[in-house]
Write a protein that binds this ligand. Structure first.
Ligand SMILES: Cc1ncc(COP(=O)(O)O)c(C=O)c1O
Length: 388
């Protein structure tokens, strides 16, 4: 049995995902039911065995590890002096919202999108201005309406755009051309562009992931890219992220924001675990991706043959699958509550991601394939009962 086929019981740990009833199967929040890479565990053990845990700050080896990863995995080496450490991608986003925009400004997003973007914007007294992604009902794909995006960026009180690349929850990675267009529009209208690339390592085949910082120099001076080993290596509770800001003045501002909020100091495991991830865990990631591809194919076939009223929309990114359930309901929230009550399957309702999310469900398939199968059987049963 492969390492990604092992069912590791997580009930009774402090896992948010698994804080559910004994008959329930959680396939919602974005963490994986897999153990992290051996090299990361080894680095953590060595650190714990050392036993002295005073205040820390990342040194050159940390930043070199990040640069090395992007160079070897994604063919784009960010300068180490562009980087800032932060205790998470969401904390970095909130710090940027606070420091880079003003109360009452618009922050442009593309709904349906990761719901916490809305919290970071609205909890800080800014307005969400969405240039909704355009859904093609026939092809089951999403696209950017660049005309609409430009109109929204051109609004004088739009000062920041938060992009999700690859895009959670729709499972799509943006092409280099699309990134160039987005970045050019932001530059034209004096909007700072923050690209959340936490899912960047989880892209399967083509089109490949293009880090925003790999665009030509002139197109990255108003950009901030956030990356982290958290999704790729299942270390969300590590609370480690790197913020990449090529322009010195902007970087100073972002650094001030991170440090004002006291988000710049790593916990005792963040540095060794990140270095081990980025320098020794590429093979593990390849094996993980093979498992995720297998799970995606399993889901695609199951849905097509056994739940034909549901369509799989996700393209080639993330382990979060986006299902069109518009033939079943226009109230995804109601459907997820019903499915959970009837079958114990706990999915995310698309509604929280706004836009046309009320017609969609999101399922996390980063778990052993037999758990995915269990989830799909429950989904089928839940949908059939709901239709009655
Ligand atoms: C797009 C996106 N950004 C950020 C996060 C969370 O980042 P962090 O845990 O580093 O704050 C998630 C988690 O699901 C996510 O999907």
């Amino acid at each position: 049995m492969g390492e990604f086929d092992q069912l590791i019981p997580r009930r009774g740990t402090d896992s948010i995902k698994w804080h559910v009833k004994s008959n329930e199967l959680p396939m919602w929040i974005a963490d994986m039911d897999f153990k992290t890479a051996p090299a990361i565990l080894k680095a953590m053990r060595e650190k714990v065995d050392f036993g002295v845990f005073g205040y820390e700050e990342p040194q050159a080896d940390y930043y070199k590890a990040v640069a090395h990863w992007y160079e070897t995995e994604h063919h784009a080496r960010p300068e180490t002096n562009w980087m800032l450490y932060c205790t998470g991608v969401v904390p970095a986003i909130s710090a940027v919202v606070q420091r880079i925009s003003n109360v009452g400004d618009n922050v442009v997003v593309q709904a349906p999108v990761y719901d916490i973007f809305y919290h970071s914007i609205e909890n800080n007294g800014r307005h969400v201005l969405s240039s909704d992604l355009v859904y093609d009902q026939q092809a089951h794909t999403y696209a950017i309406d660049f005309k609409d995006l430009e109109t929204k960026l051109a609004d004088p009180v739009s000062t920041l755009m938060i992009l999700c690349n690859p895009h959670n929850p729709i499972g799509k990675v943006w092409s280099r051309d699309e990134l160039i267009q987005i970045s050019s529009l932001c530059q034209k209208h004096h909007v700072i562009l923050l690209s959340d690339e936490i899912h960047g390592d989880l892209v399967f085949g083509e089109p490949a992931y293009t880090p925003l910082f790999s665009l030509p120099d002139a197109l990255i001076q108003h950009t901030i890219t956030t990356v982290s080993p958290s999704k790729s290596f299942n270390v969300a509770a590590l609370h480690a992220a790197t913020v990449i800001v090529p322009n010195e003045n902007l970087r100073e501002s972002v650094s001030r924001g991170i440090n004002n909020d006291e988000l710049g100091e790593p916990n005792l495991l963040a540095i060794p675990a990140t270095i081990a991830a980025y320098t020794q865990s590429s093979d593990w990631l390849q094996a993980l991706k093979a498992k995720l591809v297998e799970n995606r194919q399993f889901v695609a076939q199951f849905i097509e043959t056994r739940i034909p009223e549901v369509q799989l929309v996700s393209e080639n990114a993330t382990y979060l699958l986006w299902f069109d359930v518009s033939q079943v309901t226009d109230d995804a929230e109601k459907l997820t509550v019903f499915i959970r009550e009837q079958t114990g399957l706990f999915l995310s309702a698309g509604t929280v991601y706004r836009g046309n999310g009320c017609y969609f469900l999101r399922m996390n398939i980063a778990c052993p394939t037999n758990m995915v199968e269990d989830g799909l059987n429950r989904l089928k049963q839940g949908i059939e009962a709901f239709k009655k």
